[in-house]
Ligand binder design. Structure first.
Ligand SMILES: NC(=O)c1ccc[n+]([C@@H]2O[C@H](COP(=O)([O-])OP(=O)(O)OC[C@H]3O[C@@H](n4cnc5c(N)ncnc54)[C@H](O)[C@@H]3O)[C@@H](O)[C@H]2O)c1
Length: 263
């Protein structure tokens, strides 16, 4: 796919990986539409892209809302005439053990609440589903060359302390095969699906993690450092340009070989 002139929608585009993807695609000539709940950072990122000479639009959007996400996709088509790349990067964490013991009594003191579980599933799984569905409807109808990129995580393999988050990310890793199978059954050949499973990337989400746990995790990373958001953006640009990349989930981890949290 030619990125110059392509139209990309990025949820979670006001921060971290989404911000880097928006800037990376824009620097390659794509017109970008950002959706996020954080209006201040939406304005900042859009301003920076425009100042660098890019074409950009944005809308405040909660990915758990059917209407918000539909409007975001429509904004891209109304403003720029097509839809080619959709990256579902909006996400949150609410980490914690499912049960936690009191050090003195040895009895259960705390447990993950249903709200703590559901909040992460709502944004990271249901929100990504709505984004992918609204994108696919328009791309199939439009017939434009397209790539849908849901963001999984290396923690799809099951991270201690992230029962909610890992559950969502494991499910997302399956979507490329499911969706490309469905598209093939129905003759939708213009839309590819590639999930990205990053390792630990230096974004506000990771900077907000328990830093002691993060230091332990980094000991198990071959390159010995956090991944740069721009390195994830480069892979997404590559996947967009290379039609051979399809129906798969790419792990970009810097060589994560051990789970530093496991005791
Ligand atoms: N940072 C990492 O190491 C890492 C690793 C693997 C996967 N990921 C995934 O990458 C994606 C981006 O993470 P990040 O590190 O850039 O995080 P981030 O916190 O920097 O950015 C996430 C963005 O999503 C937005 N957002 C949250 N809830 C939303 C909602 N309901 N509707 C719309 N926008 C919402 C936030 O406002 C924020 O701008 C997430 O899906 C995350 O799970 C991140």
């Amino acid at each position: 796919m030619e990125l110059n002139g392509a139209v990309a929608v990025i949820t979670g585009g006001a921060s971290g990986i989404g911000e880097a993807v928006a800037k990376g695609l824009s620097s390659r000539g794509a017109r970008v539409v950002l959706g996020d709940m954080d209006q201040r950072n939406l304005e900042r990122v859009a301003g920076e892209i425009a100042a660098a000479g890019g074409s950009v639009a944005w809308a405040k959007c909660n990915v758990t809302s059917d209407e918000d996400v539909a409007s975001l996709m429509d904004l891209a088509i109304d403003k720029f005439g097509q839809l080619n790349v959709v990256v579902a990067s909006a996400g949150i964490i609410k980490d914690g053990l499912m049960i936690n013991l009191d050090k003195e009594t040895g009895k259960v003191k705390k447990a993950m609440t249903t709200e703590q579980f559901k909040a992460v599933i709502d944004v990271n799984l249901v929100g990504a589903f709505i984004t992918v569905r609204e994108a696919a409807i328009r791309m199939a109808n439009g017939g434009w060359p397209g790539l849908i990129v849901p963001i999984s995580s290396v923690n799809k393999s099951g991270q201690t302390g992230q029962m909610n988050y890992s559950s969502a990310k494991a499910a997302i890793a399956l979507w490329p095969k499911i969706l490309c199978g469905e598209f093939q059954m129905r003759g939708v050949s213009n839309v590819r699906v590639v999930a990205i499973a990053p390792g630990y990337v230096g974004t506000p989400m990771v900077k907000g993690m328990n830093q002691e746990a993060l230091a332990g995790i980094l000991k198990g990373v071959h390159i010995g450092r956090l991944i740069e958001p721009s390195e994830i953006a480069d892979i997404i640009a590559f996947a967009a340009q290379n039609e051979a990349v399809d129906a798969t989930c790419l792990e970009i981890t810097g060589g994560l070989i051990a789970n530093g949290l496991a005791k």
